[in-house]
Structures are given as C-alpha cells and as structure tokens.
Write a protein that binds this ligand. Structure first.
Ligand code: C2E
Ligand code: SIN
Ligand code: SIN
Ligand code: FE
Ligand code: FE
Length: 412
C-alpha cells in the first residue's frame, strides 16, 4: 500500500480533539495563537497567518513561521506578534478574496497563479523576509451563524523529510470545518473580552489616568514576561499557553478595585498625603473581592493579582497577610515576601510600575526610559523579584514592541 508522504495526515477525529482543546479558551489572543498553531500542526505547515476582520479591513492578527522565526524558538516568543498591519477586504488579495467570497482557496504555487484569477499573491512579504511561499491554503473563519470573523491561512506543508509539498483537498475540507469551530470560539472570546473591557472602563471612568491602552500594555507585558520566566523553569509549553490565556485577562483587571476609591483621592492632580495613600491601598482588597468564585480559574487568578500586585519582594509592600479578604474589618498587615507572593503578581508588579513610570500620570511626568530601566535594575531584589527582572530585560525588544502597538495619542 502506498504510504502517505506527509508526516501528520489526520482526520476528522483529530479535528474534534483540537476543537475541544480550544473551546475552553477565554483570552482572544491566546486563542488565535492556538488556532493557528493547531491548524499548522494539523497540516504540517511551516507557516501561517490569521487575519481578523475589522470593518472593511483585514488585520494581520497572528503570524507564525518556523523557518523565519526559528531563532526565537529558545525564547518562546516572536516580536512580529505585535506588528500592526492591515489590508483592505477586496478580491485582489488572497485573504481578501476568501473573506469576500466566504469560501476556501487552495493554491498550489503562489508564483503560478493564472493572470485570469481576480486575486494575486503579494510578493512583499517574501521579498522582505527572503521566504519562499509556495502552497497556500486559505479558509474563511465564519461562525455557524454565518458571521465572518476573519481568515485563516496556512503555508508550505512539509513532508517528514522536511521537504515542501502541497496541501490536499482533504486538508482543505478539514481546515474549513476546523475554521467554523475556531470562528465560534473566536466570537465567544471576543464577547468575553468586551465584557472585561466594560468592567475595566467602569474603573477607568473614575480614574483619569487610566486608559484602555495602559491596561492592554500591562496585560501584554505580563504574559510575555511570564512566557520567558516559565520557559526557563521548564514549564510545559502546553501549560504555559493555558496559563497565558487566563493571565492576560486577570492582569488587565489588576486595578478594578479603584472603582471603590473616592474621586477626591483618585483624581487628585498632586501627591497623595499619607491618609489618602492609606485609603488608596485598599484598591487591592476591593479588587480581590470582585472575584469570589473559587471554581472559576479566572476569578482565582484575577483575585490573586488584584490582591498582591503591590506586594514587594522584600516584604515592604501592601496589603500584606490580611487573612480572609471578606472579613468586614480589614487592616493592612505585614507584607508578603519573596515566593509568598504568587508569581502572577510578582510579574504584574513589575509590568505595572514600568508602565506607570514610563507614562505620564495626572500626578507625575513620564520618566526618561533610561531612568526607568535604571530604577528597575536598582529595585531588583528589593521591590521586584530578580528573576522577573531578568525575564523582563531578556525580552525587552518585545516590551518595546508592545508599547508601540498600544500607544495613546493623548498620552505623552
Ligand atoms: P499608578 O499610578 O498606576 O502607579 C502604580 C505603581 O507604580 C505605584 O504604586 C508605584 O509603585 C509606582 N509608581 C508610580 N509613580 C511612581 C513614582 O513617581 N515613583 C516611584 N518610585 N514609583 C512610582 P503605589 O505607589 O502603591 O500607587 C498605587 C496607585 O495609587 C497609583 O497607581 C495611583 O493610582 C495612586 N497614587 C499613588 N501615588 C499617588 C499620588 O501621589 N497622587 C495620585 N493622584 N495618585 C497616586
Ligand atoms: C508613593 O508612595 O506614591 C510611591 C511609592 C513607591 O515609590 O514605591
Ligand atoms: C493601573 O495600573 O491600571 C494604574 C494604577 C496602577 O498601575 O496601579
Ligand atoms: Fe494598583
Ligand atoms: Fe496599573
């Protein structure tokens, strides 16, 4: 019998397993990353891209490429994640054609598309990166109700011997089916993201220096620092991906407890006096109380981060070992120290302070970048966990890419 040359040809059953795996994911970014990874693994594709629809544009949401980004493998990240690129949805591009016609497209050789086709292959990417795109399979991400949320594209399938081959019609069928399940998960995660952003906006409306971008940045810094830290600790890639899903959302919620702080304190355009600052410290406990469900993984991590993001490695932070946070009378207590502070919160502590210092706030000017970095180095082992500081500097180019992606026009 003829053996199939492809290393990973699978069937419908495997698609169901993968679908189950993604169906519980909450964070939209972690989900997209996962969808692309699974689609590529399933088809043995060397590269792939996810585009999301925004109005009449397709936005480059995720790109993975084993050949080009191999160097980044040991660090477990790639900065291209944070590239801002978009294209118009029309029939001239391959992804645009698929989005517009809502049907899949299998191309055997990107360089031999007949000139009669409405779409053509954009050579820019190959030119800029020295990559050679050959076989492209592109499917629409449309939900079972027919909403198109984006486009999924896989590129250059490999044989077991790592030779580039072609996608088959079976791949097309299965990835199209996977696309529907993926689109449903994407739609659900977008809804979760919307709900969370509403919750954050409620806190923001009250806090003049709070912006959506600050929250987005702290969420992104946190998961990237975590990824680096966890890789170093030998935590399984599978677990890292799962944890990042929850971690980003929870980190974005770190300050929601500020909804319970009075305007006079929150909006004071000057330094807080001691009494005001003591009240402000309760935003940690107030935040933690908003997530009481121990059966919800998101509640557990969000509560933990709200409570502990102002603890310090040296034990001089707050609110300290307060015990049961639901007790009526609560006072600040002796600080938690070192590993007593959950890793999630040790990371958010650094991400939050970095962003607070490098940005302008109602009560302070933005610091020079070099001054911020000196401060962080100086506070390694004091305010911050040294290993978290190390992870932060190891991925500093990613941190900067995140800052560029989420900039406030009205900030700085
Ligand atoms: P935030 O503004 O987001 O600041 C988060 C954390 O960044 C601060 O936690 C602190 O650790 C660090 N940070 C911010 N600015 C500076 C700075 O100029 N120097 C240094 N060394 N660190 C800085 P912290 O201090 O516990 O404050 C928690 C929150 O309380 C702040 O969040 C802010 O909302 C509020 N806050 C703190 N101080 C003041 C103040 O003087 N005036 C006003 N209006 N709000 C303040
Ligand atoms: C503050 O008291 O406002 C700043 C505290 C710190 O610098 O850690
Ligand atoms: C924020 O992080 O959302 C602003 C206040 C803080 O950083 O603690
Ligand atoms: Fe805070
Ligand atoms: Fe913050």
């Amino acid at each position: 019998m003829k053996q199939n040359k492809r290393s990973n040809v699978k069937g419908l059953e495997d698609i169901l397993v993968i679908t189950e795996r993604i169906s519980h994911m909450k964070d939209i970014d972690a989900l997209l990353d996962r969808i692309l990874y699974e689609a590529r693994k399933f088809t043995s594709a060397d590269a792939g891209t996810i585009f999301l629809e925004e109005g009449d544009k397709l936005k480059f949401a995720y790109v993975q490429n084993d050949t080009l980004f191999r160097k980044d493998k040991d660090t477990g990240y790639n900065k291209y994640l944070y590239a801002n690129q978009e294209m118009t949805i029309d029939e001239r591009s391959i992804a645009g054609y698929v989005a517009k016609t809502n049907s899949s497209l299998l191309i055997k050789d990107a360089y031999r598309i007949p000139s009669s086709a409405p779409y053509s292959f954009n050579l820019d990417f190959d030119r800029r990166s020295n990559y050679h795109t050959k076989s492209i399979l592109t499917v629409p991400l449309h939900t079972s109700l027919g909403n198109v949320v984006g486009v999924l594209q896989v590129i250059n399938p490999k044989t077991k011997k790592n030779r580039t081959t072609f996608f088959t019609e079976k791949d097309e069928l299965l990835i199209t089916y996977f696309g529907i399940n993926a689109a449903n998960a994407v739609e659900r995660a977008m809804m979760t993201r919307t709900m969370i952003l509403r919750m954050i906006r409620m806190a923001e409306l009250r806090d003049p220096k709070e912006t959506g971008n600050h929250v987005n940045r702290v969420g992104a810094y946190t998961i990237e620092i975590y990824h680096r830290w966890a890789t170093k600790y030998g935590i399984e890639e599978e677990d890292i991906k799962k944890n990042k899903d929850i971690l980003r959302i929870a980190a974005m919620l770190h300050d929601v407890g500020k909804v319970a702080i009075s305007d006079t304190i929150l909006k004071k355009p000057a330094k807080l006096d001691e009494q005001e600052y003591n009240i402000m410290k309760y935003h940690t406990i107030f935040g933690a109380r908003l997530f009481p469900n121990p059966a919800s993984e998101l509640d557990v991590v969000a509560s933990e981060i709200c409570l502990n993001h102002h603890e310090r490695w040296d034990g001089k932070g707050y609110p300290g070992k307060v015990g049961n946070i639901f007790r009526e009378e609560l006072r600040m207590a002796a600080g938690k120290q070192g590993a007593e502070i959950p890793i999630s919160s040790r990371i958010v502590a650094l991400a939050d302070v970095y962003d607070a210092l490098i940005s302008k706030r109602v009560y302070k000017e933005a610091w020079e970048e070099s001054k911020v970095l000196d401060y962080i180095k100086e506070q390694s082992g004091a305010q911050f966990d040294p290993e978290v500081v190390e992870a932060f500097f190891a991925i500093y180019d990613v941190i900067k890419a995140i800052r560029t992606k989420y900039t406030d026009e009205n900030e700085n």
